[in-house]
Design a binder for this molecule. Structure first.
Ligand code: MN3
Length: 200
C-alpha cells in the first residue's frame, strides 16, 4: 500500500501563538511529507510494498540493512502521533483516567511535569520525549532521532518532538520554553486518555 500523509487534525493557525502556522506548514508539509515520500520510495517494487506502516517499522527495526526505511517509516508514524498529541486550548492539568494514573505512578502532576521536562530538555540532539505505558506502569522516556517506543514493547500515550525543526522558528534555541508551553498550553489529554483506554 502507499503510505499517505495524513492531514493535520486542526488548521495551520490553530495552535498559534504557541506553535505558529509557519512552523506547522514546514513541519507537516515539508518534513513529515518528506518522511512519507522517502518511505514510499524505499518500499516501491519490493516485497514490503503492501505492508502497513506499523509492519514496516517492526520489520525495519530488526534489519540492520533497513536503517533508512526505519528512520523514514518511524518518523512518519511519530509525526502523525505528534499532531494528535497537541490540541488548541490544551495543556495544563490532566483530566479523566490519565489524571488518576499520573497521581498513582508519578506521585502527582508536578512530578510528572518534572520528569517529562527533564526528558525533553535533556535529550541531547534530535529526538522525542514520551509518556508511555510500560507494562502496567506509566513511564517517561526519551528516544533518539527516529527511534520510537513502538519497537521497545511500550505503548505510546503522548509525545513531544524535540528536533530543532519543531521549535526553532518560534523559540530559536530556547527548548525549555517550548517544552513548558507544550505542557501548559498544548497537551491533548483527550488523546492521551483514548490511548490509555485503547491499551487496556
Ligand atoms: Mn519533526
Amino acid at each position: 500500500m502507499t503510505i499517505k500523509l495524513p492531514d493535520l487534525p486542526y488548521g495551520k493557525d490553530a495552535l498559534a501563538p504557541h506553535v505558529s502556522a509557519s512552523t506547522l506548514e514546514f513541519h507537516h508539509d515539508k518534513h513529515h511529507q518528506a518522511y512519507v515520500t522517502n518511505t514510499n520510495k524505499l518500499i516501491a517494487g519490493t516485497e514490503l510494498a503492501d505492508k502497513s506502516l506499523e509492519e514496516l517499522i517492526a520489520i525495519a527495526a530488526k534489519s540492520p540493512d533497513k536503517k533508512a526505511l526505519f528512520n523514514n517509516a518511524a518518523q512518519t508514524w511519530n509525526h502523525t502521533f505528534l499532531w494528535h498529541s497537541m490540541a488548541p486550548n490544551g495543556g495544563g492539568k490532566p483530566h479523566g483516567a490519565i489524571a488518576e494514573r499520573i497521581t498513582q505512578d508519578f506521585k502527582g502532576y508536578d512530578s510528572f511535569v518534572e520528569a517529562f521536562t527533564a526528558a525533553a530538555t535533556g535529550q541531547f540532539g534530535s529526538g522525542w520525549a514520551w509518556l508511555v505505558l510500560n507494562g502496567s506502569k506509566l513511564e517517561v522516556t526519551a528516544t533518539t532521532n527516529a527511534d520510537t517506543p513502538l519497537v521497545h514493547g511500550k505503548v505510546p500515550l503522548l509525545t513531544i518532538d524535540v528536533w530543532e525543526h519543531a521549535y526553532y522558528l518560534d523559540y530559536q534555541n530556547r527548548r525549555p520554553d517550548y517544552v513548558k508551553t507544550f505542557l501548559d498550553k498544548l497537551v491533548n489529554w483527550d488523546f492521551v486518555n483514548a490511548n490509555l483506554a485503547h491499551a487496556k
